[in-house]
Design a protein around this ligand. Sequence first.
Ligand SMILES: [Zn+2]
Length: 139
Amino acid sequence: MPGDLPAPIVNADSAPYWEGARNGKLLLQRCRDCGTLRFFPRYLCTACGSDHTEWAEASGRGTVHSFTIVHRAALPEFQARTPYVVALIDLEEGPRMMTNIVGDDALDVALGEAVTMAFEERGTEGAMVPQFRRGAGDV
Ligand SMILES: [Zn+2]
């Protein structure tokens, strides 16, 4: 049920990402020196080491690079959700993102399949976490 899982831990590098998620946007960092997009949020560009960063909105579309189905949750708060899917998604813009596949048909996920962003509420303060659903539907 929404909000039954812990809220994300926000730091100075990830605060814009989580604020974007609260507003229904998936934000990626873009290096202002070399243009490389990166995920997850971090201080320095992974390609050139620059700290000149801007934020860019992603389409919310991607494909499944890899996945696993979790039957024994690492944290007790997640045990009631088992079995659930943890996946690596190749975003349309290039970066690879670790996330969950959610929805009634999530366990039928397949490699290379198109997925579309969805959001789940976490915690009690309205935090939203980008997740994905199977299919190339509307974002
Ligand atoms: Zn760079």
